[in-house]
Design a protein around this ligand. Sequence first.
Ligand code: NAP
Length: 546
Amino acid sequence: MAQRLALPASLDVVIVGAGFGGMYQLHRLRGLGLSARIIEAGTGVGGTWYWNRYPGARCDVESMQYSFGFDEALQQQWRWTERFAPQAEILAYANHVADRFDLRRDIAFETRVTSAVWDAGRAVWTVRTDRGDVIEARFCIMATGCLSAARMPDIPGRDAFQGATYHTGHWPHRKVDFSGQRVAVIGTGSSAIQSIPVIAAEAAEVIVFQRTPNFSVPAHNRPIDTEYERHWKDDYAKKRGEARRMRTGILYELNDQSALVQAEAERRATYERRWQTGSTQFMAAFNDLILHPAANETAAEFVRDKIRGIVKDPKTAEALAPKDHPIGTKRICVDTGYYETFNRDNVRLVNLKETPLDHITAAGVVAGGVEYPVDAIVFATGFDAMTGTLTRIDIRGEGGQSLAEAWQDGPVSYLGLMVAGFPNLFTITGPGSPSVLSNMIVSIEQHVDWITDCLGWLRQQGHASIAAEATAQHDWVVHGMEVANRTLYPQAASWYMGANIPGKPRVFMPYIGGVGVYRDRCAEIAAAGYTGFVTGGPAQGAAAAE
Ligand code: NAP
C-alpha cells in the first residue's frame, strides 16, 4: 500500500470525496491556481462506483452520456464497450481520469473527514479527519455523493446470523462466489434488481424478500458498435450541449404529447416501442406521465402487463407488479432479465406484504413465522440518500450550529449549492439541485464550473467569504416544493422523500424543475453578481488565494 499523502495544515480548499465531483473540482481549482486537496475514505477514486461493486452493477444512463464532457481529447479517446457500462468499466474510467489529469498527488486516501467547524472571525474552516489531521481551509467543497451512506436495516437478530452478510453499497473488493449457496436478498430496488439475475445464475438458491415492488424496464444492453460511437463522437460537443438543456440532462427522444390523446392501441404501440428501446427513456413516452394520474396509470398498467406476461407463476407476477405508487415517482429501475429470473427453479419470492419479515436467526431469515435457511444474506437496502453523507460529518457553521440541526425538518439550501449559516461551504449536487433526477455527471460538471467561477469571482472582488442569504434560501426551498407538488413524485414513499429512513423528515429533496431551467437560473444569479448570496470582507485567513 502506497504511503498516504500528508495533508498540509493550511489550504485554500478542502474537497471531500474523490468521486467524479471531487476529481473534476480538483482539476478546475488547479486551473485557478488554488491549493486544494481531496480527502477520500476509500483506497481509490470513483466514489459510488468504488463502493457499489455488487454483481450486475452498471449505470442506467448510456455510457456515451454518463461521462465527462469537459475535455474533448478525453471524450474522443476513451472507448466504452457497452451501451450501459458495467461498474468495473466506469471505475476504470475514473482511474483513467485520475491518471490523465495527474490528480492522485493531491488526494489523501483512506482518510475520513470527521468534522468541519467554521471560524467566523478568521473566515476559515477547521477540518479534522480520523487520522488526526487538522487542516485550516478557506473553503470546503463537499463532493460526498448522493447515494453513498449505505443503510443497514434494523432487523432484529441481524448480528446473530452465522453466514456471510453483504450490503450492495459496500461490496467486497474481490469476487464473491455464491456457487452452491443459498442466498437471501433483502430489498427490490435498483441494486437488487440488477444483482438478483446475476446471483441467481450462480447460486444454488435465491430467496428474494420483497417489501415493495418496483417498476423496471429492460436495459437492452449491448456492445457499442462503431457506428453508434461515431454518431456521438463526430458531434460530441454539440450533443453534450443539447443534453444539458434536457430536463434530465440526458439526450433522448421526447414526445410532446399527452398519453391521454392517443387511442388505446396507438398508445400501447408507443409504449411497446419504448420498451423495445429500453432504459429510463420509457418515461419520456409522453409529456404528462409524471404530471397526470390517469396518464401515468396507462404507463404503469403497460408495465404491469409486461410483468404478467413474463413471469409464469400468476401469484408471483401479481406480487411483482407495483400498485402502491405512480410509475416513475420512485426511481425507475433498468434491468437485464429481472422478471425472467423469477421463472427459474432456484429463485422464489417472499412477499413481505403478506408475510412480514420477523427477524434474522443464526441460520436464516424468518418471515411470516417461516424460517428460510440461507448461507448468505445480501442487504440491497439502499442509502440515507442525499443528506446522509453530509450529516454524518459534524459540520458546524455560524454560531456553532450543526448542519444536522439546520436540516432537522428536512434539507434546505440555496440552489443545492450552499446552506444559509454555512459560509464558504459548497455542496456538489446537494439537495435542492437536480442531482439524482438527472445525469449525475452533467450536474456535477455544472456545479463544479459554477463553484469554480464563484471562487474566481470572490478573489477578483477581494472577498473572503460568501454565504447563502436566508431569504433567498427560503424562496428557493418554497419554489422547489411548488414545482415538486405539481408532479406526482411526492405521492411515493421514496428515498427522494426521505421515506426509507425511519424518522427522516418527508421532504422532496432534489430539484425537479429540470436541468436546463436550473442551469439558466444558476447562470443568471452569477451574472447578476451572485444575487441571494452575501459576501464578507477581505481575505485574511489561512493560505489566502493569490
Ligand atoms: P433502494 O431503491 O432504496 O431500495 C432498497 C430496497 O430495500 C427497497 O426495496 C426497500 O423496500 C428494501 N428494504 C429496506 N429496508 C428493508 C427492510 N427492513 N425490510 C425489507 N426490505 C427493506 O436502494 P437501491 O436499490 O440501492 O437503489 C438506490 C438508488 O441508487 C436507486 O434508486 C438509484 O438511483 C441508484 N442506483 C442506480 C443504479 C443504476 O444506475 N443502475 C443501480 C443501483 C442503484 P421498501 O421500498 O419497502 O422500503
